[in-house]
Design a protein around this ligand. Sequence first.
Ligand code: HGY
Ligand code: MN
Ligand code: MN
Ligand code: MN
Length: 416
Amino acid sequence: MNSHPEINGERLLARLDMFAKIGATPGGGVNRQALTPGDREARALLTRLAKARSFSVFQDDAANLFIRMEGRDGSQPPLLIGSHLDSQPSGGRFDGALGTLTAFEVLESLADAGVEPERPVEVVAWTNEEGCRFAPGCMGSRAFVEGKIPAEWADLRASDDGARFEDERLSTIDALAADSSHRRLGFPVAAYLELHIEQGPSLESEEIPIGIVTGVQGTRWLEVAFEGQTAHAGTTALQYRRDPLKALTMGLSALYAGVMPENADARFTVGRIAVAPGSVNAIPATASCTIDLRHPETAVLDRLEDDIRSGLTEAAARENVSVAIRKTVDMEPVTFSSDMVAALQAAAQKAGLPTKTMISGAFHDALFVAGCAPSAMIFVPCRDGLSHNEAEYVKPEDSVTGARMFLASVLELLPR
Ligand code: HGY
Ligand code: MN
Ligand code: MN
Ligand code: MN
């Protein structure tokens, strides 16, 4: 090692601004949903930056993007660091991008210092972490760990323009084919580390610059579809109606008012509602919604899912309509490797950084990668804990401190 590697904070902040321009939205956020032209543009930019540093670039069948710095012993499994570049439709410019660009900044700072680590180090940008355009989320990291792309994903339709997942996956891979090598889906990884914004208020409110994430709570997504009978709004008496929207709203209000407040650690979100045919003077034929349910304990998730299913089924029966409930995401809670957490705590101590341990309310690719390699995460504060919102913001000094902690952690994880 010629000199001690240092984070180039200005370079990192300039990169964040560059990527924030891709899919920029009027409110200062980004719309760079998975496998869209914006996502492909961000992937192409990262590839150009990588090739300018003579790093090698790979894609796998899930369109996961890898940037590799060789090690003295290239046969060893790499240390994998990264996050995602895709965003919410009305997302922030730090969710995912900060972790991916911080990982790339660490690769550059190692190269700047002439470090040739014993094992290779690879930066990864996982495909479709958000799951909002194609459900489920974390498709890239899940396919990587399972070593295959679930057959049922091929015909998934995008929630924005109805495009087929298979078509979007292949065109994303094709877009970078000339600038990358293809590799099989899934390979041995020595360890995985992801930096991410907290997407919650605690680090900022406690004025702590670094969160060491010890685990991720569980997440379940349900797609609920009520079907009744459309009819004339003026001539159909209330007692003769089979109104799916009434069933949906009555069912949901019982959950909002009764079940969920009794479970303070539960997170219950209805993010999308659709009604058809959508005519002002016709009783709806169908009413559907998505449900995002979270909790740190599987037993509580099971109980709440049962409450949701029974509550909505009873509401459908009362209104004499049918209801179909389909689970599209089932992410079990995960606890990260205690060795990894200890390594991060040692790194923070050496770097003189105050930290707190915490579990993540948001899911992350690390939740899946923990299924095949020791994994952990580092959080940095974000303003008001706001995320999945264009106003998402991280103070420049917090981005740079996070990168310094990330570099210190990578050095702690790389054999001397
Ligand atoms: O929804 C999540 O938890 C992640 O931020 N996509
Ligand atoms: Mn994210
Ligand atoms: Mn997100
Ligand atoms: Mn994530």
